[in-house]
Design a binder for this molecule. Structure first.
Ligand code: GAP
Length: 514
């Protein structure tokens, strides 16, 4: 059994709440489905992940690794608006095509994504009732099996049933289907398209002419500024444009904690290259992005790279153009995986669409080749909130031998608390000495995490609090410190302790945090 399967999502969510990583949005008003707030530790963890991406993508792309043909990897950032001219979304295909087929239940008023519903009937019996359940949801599967058994007046097992996706049911079959939360037969509607973009109105009149959309991806802000960036900077193809920011999707079934939210943050690169070089750049980015997730702690069997089958291709991808997902094994997907980042060869689809719709030439003149063309785009598109969720799930490590019973094994670079500084007792000059060390560490590491000063309770309890928060190192000032200027360092993962000079603490942390 993969280790992830034994981690309970309920326990992880409880720790996230208890230690201030993630809260339900609008909690005191009963919450709001599909929205999450980050608490102090979560906000810092999220910032650390975003900052690591920004540093490794924008400031020092790919840690200096060269691209195909020995080209240096050049990336510039932008920060574009959440609301753009609605024509952007007509051109990108989101107005017409960004739909999920939805099914409503007239009885329970629940709404389901059609492709999430499976139907269950007795083997070989096309005339009897059919019971729908939510794919992957064991509880609704068990309920459907129970209802079917009751209808058939005998206990049915998995061997007695046939399963079929609801999307493959005929209109006649839908009429004898019972919805996952319904008692009556035939209350499910036929699947209908439901646009995932959030609508709003610009200005005071709020008529149909004033409709605008909250962006469902940050990518389009980059495409519509392609010409601006080329005209106003010294970048030359091949180069990339990167941005991080909020995106909004009116997901029909937000679920699995922050995994599928209605408001989330993306970290996207649109990398523009000559069409002939697209395949090589695609491979380059796919492999480097995978290595990057590994470098911040998502290692081993829990992380996989999955090339798409040709029947999974998005509307902008053409046959033969690569698309792959970097996927993580979350406890709620285990033993399967959930997407963290997509890497897609988008061809020249977006630039061509905007060129046609805006009637502005977006072709690039390549001086070296003496050729005018629309560049192809390789897009590594990552979810920041999903990345944070993967870090939380990966870090969560039950350990019944510890007072805390669990510790968060964050990569030191990601950890929201970088160090704990504890005076052993509140006297004999120890608090003052500890405060001095705390101030020194804040100076060096305060940009990437908290330095926790704690002088309350027993030292064991203080370590336990830091274990749950995922703080990698704690430094304790004790009686010996006052005479020989050494401190104990306690390592979160091994719980072992060693003594080092107080003047070596900054170096010690720098070597391990980066
Ligand atoms: N520009 C391409 C694009 O947006 P996508 O696969 O739809 O592609 C990219 O989204 C990433 O954004 C996903 O891999 C995922 O990490 C994140 N993402 C998408 N929808 C999300 C949602 N509802 N909640 C949280 N993250 C989401």
């Amino acid at each position: 059994m993969p280790e992830q399967t034994s981690k309970s999502m309920d326990d992880i969510m409880a720790l996230c709440k208890r230690r201030g990583f993630v809260y339900q949005a609008s909690e005191i008003y009963g919450g709001i489905n599909g929205f999450w707030d980050y608490g102090p530790l979560g906000a810092q963890l999220k910032k650390n992940l975003r900052d690591a991406w920004w540093r490794d993508v924008v400031m020092h792309p790919c840690a200096g690794k060269r691209g195909p043909g020995g080209n240096p990897v050049r990336i510039v950032p932008v920060d574009t608006c959440i609301i753009q001219n609605p024509k952007v979304w007509a051109a990108s295909g989101h107005v017409a095509g960004f739909n999920d087929p939805m099914v409503d239940c007239r009885e329970s008023k629940a709404r389901y994504r059609a492709d999430h519903l499976m139907c269950m009937g007795e083997k070989g019996d096309k005339s009897g009732q059919i019971y729908a359940f939510i794919d992957g949801d064991e509880e609704s599967f068990a309920t459907a099996l129970k209802k079917l058994s009751k209808y058939k007046k005998r206990d049915l097992t998995n061997d007695d049933i046939d399963l079929c996706p609801l999307t493959q049911m005929s209109a006649e079959e839908l009429k004898i289907t019972v919805g996952p939360h319904a008692k009556e037969v035939g209350t499910l509607t036929e699947p209908r398209a439901f646009n995932l973009m959030f609508k709003t109105y610009i200005g005071a009149t709020a008529t149909e002419d004033d409709i605008a959309y909250l962006r469902p991806e940050t990518a389009q802000g980059i495409f519509i500024n392609f010409k601006n960036v080329v005209d106003t900077t010294r970048v030359r193809v091949p180069f990339g444009v990167a941005q991080t920011g909020k995106a909004f999707r009116n997901e029909v079934t937000p679920r699995n904690f922050t995994f599928r939210s209605r408001e989330f943050e993306q970290m996207e690169i649109e990398f523009f290259c000559h069409p002939d070089e697209a395949r090589e750049w695609y491979t380059f980015w796919r492999d480097w992005r995978m290595a990057w997730w590994e470098s911040i702690g998502l290692k081993g069997d829990n992380l996989i790279l999955r090339e798409h089958d040709s029947d999974e291709l998005a509307h902008y991808a053409k046959e033969g153009a690569g698309t792959s997902d970097i996927e993580y094994r979350f406890p709620f997907t285990s033993p399967g995986y959930g997407e963290l980042e997509g890497v897609a060869h988008r061809t020249d689809f977006d630039l061509r669409q905007h060129q046609d719709h805006a009637k502005v030439k977006l072709e690039y003149f390549d001086q070296e080749r003496n050729e005018r063309y629309l560049p192809h785009v390789i897009e590594p598109s990552a979810g920041l909130d999903r990345g944070v969720l993967a870090l939380l799930c990966e870090a969560y490590t039950p350990d019944l031998d510890r007072p805390s019973k669990v510790y968060m094994k964050f990569h030191p670079r990601m950890a929201p608390i970088k160090a704990g500084v504890f005076p052993l007792v509140k006297k004999d000059g120890m608090p003052e000495k500890a405060e001095g060390l705390r101030d020194e560490l804040v100076k060096h590491f305060g940009h990437s995490g908290f330095i926790e000063f704690d002088e309350k309770q027993s030292i064991g309890k203080r370590y336990a609090r830091m274990d749950e928060a995922g703080c990698p190192f704690c430094f304790t000032i004790d009686g010996d410190t006052m005479t020989d200027n050494t401190v104990t360092v306690r390592d979160r993962d091994t719980a072992s302790q060693e003594r080092i000079g107080i003047d070596k603490v900054v170096e010690f942390l720098r070597d391990r945090i980066g």
